[in-house]
Design a protein around this ligand. Structure first.
Ligand code: 2HA
Ligand code: ZN
Length: 275
């Protein structure tokens, strides 16, 4: 089957284009990766090359041995993904040791997988193990309101989680585990990958200070929806802070506890501190 006709590739392209339409992907900003299901690989087996050179990942991910990923390309523009997916994206295979990858499809004009490949793969490894293989999508974007908040909120999980939860009643239901915060770090390398993957053991969302957001989820809808919900709530907080320095009223800790009961989520008490 033609790679571009598969529903998984069409879902990947649609999600990337939705992110572009939201304004989260200036120039070559952001990246998206998807861990393929075995049946999705089989569907396109005859289209996959196995003669490209193995290259170092820059991280060790033995838990992803032999897996295939759809990835965006380094330096590629999300704006172009729906028009030229074969040039902007790739399918890669991970070697048995989880140390190297090779390109099996795509990047038709040349190039490499996303510069954030170490972060993506380390996060995939953590989430695959923790969710029994359910999580398949890792998404990194540059949504402006969330980034703006990293200049005014304390760079702490507690503060980000609580402030964003307060901005929309659905937030604690959509991300009940909260949000992790990574201080400013050089992007693209192993160090930021290690810090992010530590947070991903606890959370499905991590903020990179003065840079962007990382989200993990089961499928394209849930992962895009998570990014969208966090950024929407950041947008509301930016509006509130722009109108007035302080809130006149907000959702109280006991109200979060009632919400948790009715919506059958567990909200860690560490986020329900008295202010
Ligand atoms: O340019 O977003 O973090 C791609 C990125 C790097
Ligand atoms: Zn980035």
């Amino acid at each position: 089957m033609n790679v571009l006709e598969t529903s998984v590739m069409q879902g990947f392209i649609r999600m990337a284009d939705d992110g572009w339409q939201q304004g989260w992907h200036e120039r070559n900003g952001g990246n998206l990766t998807y861990r393929m299901k075995p049946e999705e690989v089989e569907q396109i087996r005859e289209e996959l090359q196995d003669n490209q050179p193995w290259q170092d990942i820059g991280a060790s991910v033995p838990g992803l041995s032999g897996e295939y990923f759809i990835v965006t390309g380094s330096g590629k523009y999300f704006r172009n993904i729906s028009l030229f997916p074969e040039d902007s994206c790739a399918i890669i295979e991970i070697d048995k040791a989880g140390e190297r990858f090779r390109i099996c499809w795509g990047l038709a004009g040349g190039g490499r997988p996303t510069s954030e490949l170490p972060s993506h793969l380390m996060n995939h490894e953590v989430k695959k193990a923790l969710t029994g293989g359910k999580h398949r999508v890792i998404y990194h974007a540059h949504p402006a309101n969330t980034i703006a908040l990293t200049f005014v909120l304390p760079l702490e999980d507690q503060a980000f989680t609580r402030e964003l939860w307060e901005m929309a009643t659905e937030c604690p239901v959509v991300f009940p585990d909260g949000i992790g915060v990574v201080p400013w770090m050089v992007p693209g390398g192993r160090d930021i990958a290690v810090e992010t993957s530590k947070l991903m053991k606890q959370y499905d969302v991590a903020v990179w200070a003065h840079h962007g957001l990382f989200c993990s989820g089961e499928d394209f809808d849930l992962t895009f929806g998570l990014m969208h919900t966090v950024e929407k709530s950041a947008q509301i907080l930016v509006k509130v802070l722009s109108m007035t320095g302080s809130k006149r009223q907000t959702i109280q800790p006991d109200e979060f506890r009632s919400l948790a009961k009715d919506f059958h989520v567990t909200l860690p008490e560490k986020f329900l501190y008295e202010k």
